[in-house]
Design a protein around this ligand. Structure first.
Ligand SMILES: [Zn+2]
Length: 281
């Protein structure tokens, strides 16, 4: 299994300890995101400089082929386009974006998204309510990401099934599927959804009739500093139980908990023939 949603800070804890905990949770590896950009106000902006965040991330994943580095970029920073080049040059496999104070459709963020798509790198977006102590929900509603329809070649995921707007997230997935455009949307099921909503959300996601099985990712939202083995195991168990109850096959579970992430980060490019959607059929 792979975990598509692991945060890191500038001073990640012992790598050995993190790898042990991953293994104990049944995870082979996953996406490790860089430290938070300064605009979140969660630390000294000087120590959160882009080069420091990038170096710290790349040092942490060095020599670990199953840790996939994603650079967290703030597209409003003046040198954001340069940061895209620097990150790709350093070997990142993708980017993380959280729209904390902007809509993705605005000129600056969209230019950054286009630059990333041109480099054929995926973007993991936060979506859904955001625990940032700020006034940010409207930027993270899934329908706002409809603007990505104008970025051909983009591969992206919306995290947390956009909870509490899970229906809107599923609808957006259908929209992209029906569009026939060369845009590859994934859904990251990282909680997000509190357990009481989980079964309903997964039931709708997998029962809607859209071709989702090769487009759903499992993630934990844990950090490298304190990878929470019990939390991860509990979510895996809960999700597998719900999905099995819905008749999701063992091989599909293999995609959802592992193979889909390898495709998302670009390590596999097996073609996915998606069942198109068209009204009236
Ligand atoms: Zn997160």
């Amino acid at each position: 299994m792979f975990d598509c949603h692991i945060h890191s800070g500038l001073n990640p804890a012992s790598k050995r300890q993190f790898l042990e905990k991953l293994q104990e949770s049944g995870m082979k590896g996953g996406i490790v995101m860089s430290a938070v950009p300064p605009s979140f106000g969660e630390g000294d902006p000087k120590t959160l400089k882009s080069s420091m965040r990038l170096n710290s991330l790349m040092n942490f994943v060095k020599g670990e082929k199953n840790l996939f580095p994603f650079y967290w970029i703030d597209p409003l920073e003046n040198d954001a386009l340069k940061q895209v080049d620097a990150a790709v040059g350093a070997g990142v496999m993708g980017f993380k974006i959280i729209c904390n104070n902007f809509y993705i459709r605005e000129k600056k963020p969209l230019a950054v998204v286009k630059a990333i798509a041109q480099k054929s790198k995926p973007i993991l977006f936060h979506s859904g309510i955001l625990w940032d102590n700020g006034d940010s929900a409207r930027f993270n509603r899934p329908a706002e990401f409809e603007a990505l329809i104008n970025v051909p070649g983009l591969r992206f995921a919306l995290a947390h099934i956009s909870w509490p707007w899970t229906d809107e997230c599923i609808a957006l997935f259908g929209k992209f599927l029906a569009s026939g455009r060369d845009i590859d949307m994934y859904i990251d099921t990282t909680p997000g959804t509190p357990p009481i909503y989980r079964e309903e959300a997964l039931k709708r996601l997998f029962g809607v009739g859209y071709d989702v099985e090769k487009k759903v990712l499992f993630g934990s939202d844990c950090s490298t500093v304190n990878y929470n083995v019990k939390w991860v195991k509990d979510w895996v168990k809960r999700d597998k139980k719900i999905l099995t109850k819905q008749g999701i096959s063992k091989s599909s579970l293999g995609f959802i908990f592992g193979d889909n992430l390898l495709r998302f980060v670009g390590l596999r490019n097996d073609a996915v023939n998606r069942k198109q959607l068209s009204p009236g059929i």
